[in-house]
Design a protein around this ligand. Structure first.
Ligand code: NAP
Length: 175
């Protein structure tokens, strides 16, 4: 399965504006449009429980699009599950990927946050990082990954300037 990690970050590596989890408060219109398209194009989307909580009001569930939310304790979320569309799981990531492959998914989009990104990177489960770099410095906020010892080498595959301010979409292969 090809796993793409898609995130938006400030130039100083912050993925939230301070402690505000609302991404739309600081990211560019162009990134929001690009990200919506990415979600449209991907039918298997994986995220951490905190990312789900931050995004749940914007998520439009529909048949054929599966969202998997990782949580250590799926039980309290069971009533929110929608078969084939929204799942809460504590399955170990490798087992989860195997199950998704068995279900026929060839691609998945990992959409954060930092905790889950770290978990997947540590287990070598990410193939590419698609990082939008917003021309902003935020000083304080979440990171792309958690505070953990990682040493991940990337190879730039390509980049695109999304607007006149210089929002960049950087696509990296994870070596
Ligand atoms: N800029 C961006 O592109 C971007 C993208 C995504 C998110 N964000 C932001 O990032 C923030 C959330 O990031 P975060 O790092 O705090 O949280 P997160 O990665 O979204 O979610 C963390 C949660 O995932 C669950 N989890 C972690 N490891 C697990 C494992 N091995 N098995 C099962 N479940 C596991 C746990 O849920 P339980 O606590 O329920 O056990 C944990 O609390 C939000 O503010 C969001 O807005 C930014």
């Amino acid at each position: 399965m090809k796993m793409i990690l898609a995130m938006v970050s400030s130039v100083d590596g912050k993925t939230t504006r301070w402690n505000n989890s609302d991404l739309h408060s600081w990211t560019s219109k162009e990134d929001q449009e690009y990200f919506s398209k990415l979600i449209e194009e991907n039918n298997c989307i994986i995220m951490g429980r905190k990312t789900y909580e931050a995004a749940k009001n914007m998520i439009k569930h529909r048949s054929g699009k599966l969202r998997i939310v990782l949580t250590g304790n799926p039980k309290p979320f069971n009533h929110l599950s929608i078969p084939g569309q929204l799942e809460f799981t504590n399955k170990p990531s490798k087992k989860l990927i195997k199950r998704l492959e068995d279900m026929g998914y060839a691609n998945a989009l990992l959409v954060g946050g930092a905790t889950v990104n770290t978990l997947f990177l540590k287990e070598n489960l990410v193939d590419e990082l698609w990082l939008t770099l917003e021309p902003k410095i935020l000083g304080n906020g979440n990171g792309l990954v958690g505070e953990s010892e990682l040493d991940v080498n990337l190879q730039l595959l390509g980049f695109e300037k999304l607007n006149n301010s210089g929002t960049l979409l950087l696509k990296y292969k994870i070596i």
